[in-house]
Design a protein around this ligand. Structure first.
Ligand SMILES: NC(=O)c1ccc[n+]([C@@H]2O[C@H](COP(=O)([O-])OP(=O)(O)OC[C@H]3O[C@@H](n4cnc5c(N)ncnc54)[C@H](OP(=O)(O)O)[C@@H]3O)[C@@H](O)[C@H]2O)c1
Length: 340
């Protein structure tokens, strides 16, 4: 099969490319040429901007993709450009979305009114009513945050009978190459031999969907090669969603951290989000319909991510929901859990 990937060279793209090549497919990537990745030599590169996809239609036609995978459709205009370019050119499209489409995520951000929703979220769970979740953070209308929303992207991706779509709602992905260095906040504290990591009790219980990059890439490869995925929408996430406290402990076990997770009553640590609302997802559908299964255990996945994060420290971790060390020490001393 010939697979064209829009994007493909930053984080989830490279393991997806490698997986497809390993499965015997021919792969091409379309990107601006700004991000260099080590990809197999037989991968063809097309350079250009996705905002002008149509300009490259002739080159795409020469490659002759059976399937086009859009890693980077962030706006309705992106998705419309994809469909206009590949209708009549590819047989199917796979579009990468996110668990941020769910209404529960809007509650979590504090932009969506209404009561807390139960989780895990299935593909049928309600979507956000409030579109453009990050618009208030945009400085100007041509800011990425102004028009980012995967909900209109999904509608376009699932709405063309001549180019059947598959949508994958991804979790928070960790692994080598993670541009967010998602583990660094906790890893840094463990490597600094902090005696405790102090979590607000609500944050300690909070759950989000997570996935290891190689497994997420394998899920994408699966829907690329399996025709049963046409016209289907799938959550991708680990089958067990750990609470934040459990997640910190898992990381701690892998690195041999001897400290403990201490939870404190609500109100002691400022929280930027409404953490009463979890948004962990149920990934049962892709497991039942397409036999998806992770290739690595949580332990193996964490070992690889941690090794990579240590070799590539971010310096810019956001430390959301955590105090600085001084304030944390004062709070630990107050509750009798300080340095021993
Ligand atoms: N990471 C997570 O935790 C997470 C969670 C949920 C959903 N997702 C979704 O996963 C997708 C992204 O994953 P990724 O970054 O790992 O993908 P990727 O495909 O590995 O990397 C992004 C690619 O986009 C290319 N690119 C960026 N802007 C471009 C433009 N204007 N025109 C053409 N190419 C462009 C980059 O190459 P050049 O720089 O060379 O152009 C690069 O190849 C997104 O849809 C995101 O919403 C991620």
């Amino acid at each position: 099969m010939r697979v064209l990937i829009i994007g493909g060279t930053t984080f989830i793209g490279p393991p997806l490319v490698r997986r497809l090549i390993d499965l015997g497919h021919e792969v091409a990537v379309f990107h601006r040429g700004q991000t260099k990745a080590v990809l197999p030599v037989n991968v063809e590169h097309f350079h250009g901007d996705r905002h002008d996809l149509g300009k490259h239609a002739e080159a795409f036609r020469r490659f002759g993709p059976d399937i086009v995978v859009d890693m980077i459709a962030f706006t309705e205009a992106d998705a419309l450009g994809l469909v206009r370019t590949f209708r009549g050119l590819a047989r199917r499209m796979v579009v990468i979305s996110s668990a941020d489409v769910y209404r529960a995520y809007g509650h979590f951000l504090g932009i969506e009114p209404g009561p807390i929703e139960p989780t895990p979220l299935t593909e049928e769970s309600p979507l956000r009513q409030v579109l453009f979740p990050y618009r208030s953070q945009a400085e100007v209308p041509d800011d990425f945050l102004y028009s980012y929303d995967k909900i209109p992207v999904e509608r376009v991706a699932m709405g063309d009978p001549d180019l059947p779509g598959t949508v994958l709602r991804l979790p928070m992905v960790h692994g080598p190459g993670d541009t967010y260095n998602r583990l660094s906040t906790y890893l840094k504290r463990m490597d600094n031999r902090r005696p405790a990591i102090v979590l607000d009790e609500t944050m300690a219980r909070w759950k989000c969907p997570r996935g290891y990059v190689e497994d997420v890439a394998a899920a994408i490869a699966l829907v690329v090669v399996d025709e049963r995925a046409a016209g289907r929408m799938y959550n991708v996430s680990e089958s067990t969603a750990f609470s934040e406290a459990e997640w910190v402990r898992k990381i701690g076990e892998v690195v041999g951290w001897r400290g403990e997770v201490v939870t404190v009553p609500a109100g002691r640590i400022p929280l930027p989000y409404r953490l009463e609302q979890s948004f962990d997802t149920d990934s049962g559908r892709i497991r039942r319909e397409l036999d998806f299964n992770e290739m690595s255990s949580t332990q193996e996945a964490l070992e690889r991510t941690i090794a990579w994060e240590r070799a590539n420290p971010s310096g810019a971790s956001q430390d959301i929901g955590l105090l600085n060390y001084e304030a944390e020490d004062a709070l630990l001393a107050e509750i009798g859990q300080g340095w021993k």
